[in-house]
Design a protein around this ligand. Structure first.
Ligand SMILES: *Cc1c(COP(=O)(O)O)cnc(C)c1O
Length: 392
């Protein structure tokens, strides 16, 4: 059946502003399980916008954001590099045509055999944030180029990534010296401002922390070439953000003001490259109230915390929903997934306003879910199907 605005339960394509192939596809098709629909054209357009704003900085797509083979292939065709975290991600990129010199092994916690594998296929750029990891790289990828990841503070990101990775500023000089003593090439520095850093100006305090370390390392005789800016480029989830080209250009301007000329600039967008290219087709499984006078309705979807919506943890990322009843009267709802786990509640502290007319069986489109959904979906917790993926 073709869905259109006159059919009960139908969805109108959500975005009047630009062509949105994934939304059109969801509106036009039926799904028997939650399905992420991703548009390659939108990813290519987003790549072009970020590339234009980033100028000389080479894009290394953070593969974990969406590891669909067709997504990787699209980015290979664009000339993108890839930030990989494991042997599996490296194999994926190589299988889709990426060249080893376009792949960086950016996880600071690598399996020794994965380092050896990467070295054997020609990957020469590795991240580290500890002496033990440098030992591992020196043993299994002798002579490799290494960049040291720094902890940065005061992240203003909606999904911070700061604590687990990176070394303290005070540890940097010794790590660079140690890398050199091991026969490695101390090649540069990296950091991550935190994922979903909504405003480009939020980068400034982070760049202020890293720039003096860069200059001090060079003054100490390390011929650093690479500044890896990591990810953090935002997606639209309802709060306004700068256009990707403008945002990226402002970041580069802020970098150049503090670092001067950097021979090799690199950025690792994940979310900012793929999130807006995909939406999830979902279905309402139940609408209920816990008592007759409950002011909140409970709305249970067929997709939840374990089938792709992990970033609703702490209600950090708030996805926008499109329903067949948009425009009608709304009321507050607790939104939950289908599984028998009480952690599978998506939004409760800040309830979601949804149409009073919403019923089970209604199709709901969850917008801008192309990043960190399919890669977070369990294999099928509780027997609910994992997120299906269709790449257009
Ligand atoms: C996850 C990750 C990224 C991507 O971050 P986004 O905020 O999605 O752009 C970039 N670099 C590293 C090292 C990462 O782990």
């Amino acid at each position: 059946m073709t869905m259109n605005a006159t059919v009960p339960g139908a969805l109108r394509a959500a975005s009047p502003v630009y062509a949105d192939p994934a939304a059109a596809y969801i509106a036009a098709n039926e799904f028997d399980r939650p399905t992420l629909v991703v548009s390659r054209d939108r990813i290519a357009a987003q790549y072009d916008a970020l590339h234009a704003g980033l100028g000389r900085a080479h894009i290394h797509y953070a593969v974990k954001a969406n590891p669909a083979a067709q997504v990787i292939r699209t980015l290979v065709a664009k000339g993108s590099g890839f930030d990989c975290a494991s042997r599996g991600e490296i194999e994926l990129c190589l299988s889709q045509g990426a060249k080893p010199d376009h792949i960086s092994f950016g996880n600071t916690i690598k399996r020794a055999s994965d380092v050896a594998y990467a070295h054997s296929v020609g990957v020469t750029l590795f991240a580290a944030d500890s002496e033990a990891e440098l030992d591992k790289i020196a043993a299994h990828a002798p002579g490799a180029r290494v960049y040291i990841r720094l902890i940065v503070e005061n992240s203003m990101a909606d999904w911070p990534l700061s604590r687990k990775f990176g070394c303290a500023a005070s540890a940097l000089p010794d790590l660079l010296d140690y890398a050199k003593a091991l026969g490695l090439t101390p090649y540069g520095l990296s950091f991550h401002v935190g994922s979903q850093t909504r405003k480009s100006e939020f980068w400034n305090p982070v760049l202020d922390q890293v720039a003096p370390l860069w200059h001090a390392a060079r003054a100490a005789g390390h011929d650093l070439q690479l500044l890896n800016l990591g990810g953090g480029f935002p997606a639209f989830y309802g709060e306004s953000i700068e256009a990707p080209r403008l945002y990226a250009a402002r970041v580069i301007e802020a970098v150049e003001a503090r670092f001067g000329f950097v021979p090799h600039l690199m950025a690792e967008p994940g979310r900012g490259l793929v999130a807006e290219a995909g939406h999830i087709a979902s279905e309402v499984m139940l609408v209920s109230r816990k008592s007759a006078d409950d002011v909140h309705r409970w709305v249970y979807l067929d997709v939840g915390r374990f089938s792709g919506l992990a970033e609703t943890e702490g209600e950090a990322i708030r996805y926008q929903l499109v329903t067949p009843h948009d425009g009608g009267e709304v009321g507050p709802c607790v939104l939950a997934g289908p599984s028998c786990d009480s952690a599978d509640i998506l939004y409760e502290n800040r309830p979601v306003l949804l149409p009073i007319a919403l019923r089970d069986g209604d199709k709901v489109m969850i917008r801008n879910c192309g990043a960190y959904t399919s890669s977070y979906s369990s294999v099928g917790f509780n027997g609910f199907p994992p997120l299906d993926v269709i790449v257009l």
